[in-house]
Design a protein around this ligand. Structure first.
Ligand code: DON
Length: 346
């Protein structure tokens, strides 16, 4: 990966390392509920962007759907708008399957097999697969588990004797992070399964290049199913808050991920969570985040809060327009940027 992206990745890890002491949001002029309400009011009539339509079921989702949820690292919940309607989690699931592999097999498992470098390309780029192939054997692979090729490979790494066994672990991990039993939106799963030839091609290439060890078809199917899990804004915010609270769901108090695994997960979100717009996002907010083409975005202010917004219309990079704006405003109002360190004692 080019040098400035690597520098950015390092800066993320260093920048995030100092923030774990704070457990709640510091006293701000604006309360979390005021910040959430203000962003909802400001963007509720914004009409920019367009639903994803390369998965036909996503084009049918109500473009007006708009829900915001913020869950603090000590489990307080603040919401505005529609926090009940479920959309498909899509690429946000990549964070939790990556985390599950890291939990099971350690931080090096993902770094050595897939890599933790931004590709600077679109999430389903095949050119990115071809260009990283060239550096195989010359150090760790330069891919990451948040773009489709790396995500399908990460799904293939979840251990289990059968497809059902692997699936039960994947959905179980998502359930624990959300704090409730989630289900697959069958219409989305069918629609994406019928139209995911590009991901099948990516799965086959990842087997050919050694990222997937066997059965790429199973990996693509399970990946498609995990992308079709139904979530509402509160589920997503709780999942984000689990990362903000060092890997323990702050609402249920269930430990999902070891605390020492969380900074690695957040670092990949910071460098690659919004794809080729990750740098712009980080520059404006400082927050590790992840988007999905279903219209959700999660963001994490470590030690402080997790936040999620659902709004289906996307920009050209595949990120929800209203979600980016609302999260940036709310985090800025609450002092969520981990790089904006306070002077000691202030
Ligand atoms: O594989 C796909 O194309 C979708 N299941 C997920 C893509 C996605 O969410 C990209 N995110 N912004």
């Amino acid at each position: 990966m080019n040098r400035h992206v690597k520098t950015l990745a390092l800066a993320c890890v260093v920048g995030l390392a100092g923030v774990h002491a704070a457990v709640t949001i510091d006293a701000q002029a604006t309360s979390p509920q005021q910040a959430v309400d203000a962003a909802f009011a400001k963007y509720k009539n914004l009409k920019e962007g367009k639903n994803a339509d390369y998965i036909p079921a996503l084009a049918k989702v109500d473009s007006n759907l708009f829900g915001i949820a913020l869950v603090t690292a000590d489990g307080k919940v603040y919401t505005a708008g529609d926090i009940k309607t479920e959309v498909s989690i899509q690429s946000i699931s990549k964070v939790f399957t990556m985390a599950q592999v890291i939990q099971e097999q350690g931080l090096d498992s993902i770094a050595n097999r897939i890599g933790v470098d931004a590709t600077g390309a679109r999430f389903n780029s095949i050119i990115a697969v071809e260009s990283v192939k060239v550096v195989q054997g010359a150090g760790a692979p330069e891919m990451n588990p948040l773009v489709n090729p790396g995500a399908i490979s990460a799904t293939s790494m979840v251990s289990g004797g059968s497809s059902d066994a692997v699936w039960n672990k994947i959905i179980g991990f998502h359930n624990d992070a959300a704090g409730r039993q989630l289900t697959v939106l069958q219409d989305v799963y069918k629609s994406e399964s019928d139209t995911n030839q590009r991901n099948q091609a990516i799965g086959a290439l990842m087997l050919a290049y050694g990222y997937i060890k066997s059965n790429w078809q199973q990996a693509v199917d399970l990946y498609t199913r995990q992308c079709s899990i139904g979530v509402n804004a509160k589920d997503l915010a709780t999942m984000a808050a689990t990362l903000a609270a060092n890997g323990t769901n702050p609402v249920t108090n269930k430990k999902v991920l070891d605390a020492d695994k969380v900074p690695g997960v957040l670092a990949v979100m910071a460098t690659a969570g919004l794809y080729d717009d990750s740098g712009k996002w980080l520059y404006r907010t400082g927050l590790p985040a992840k988007s999905g083409v279903g219209g959700g975005i999660i963001a994490v202010s470590p030690g402080k809060f997790g936040i999620a917004v659902i709004s289906p219309p996307l920009d050209d990079a595949g990120n929800s327009v209203r979600a980016q704006k609302a999260i940036a405003d709310i985090s800025n109002a609450l002092g969520g940027n981990p790089y904006a360190a306070k002077k000691a004692g202030s």
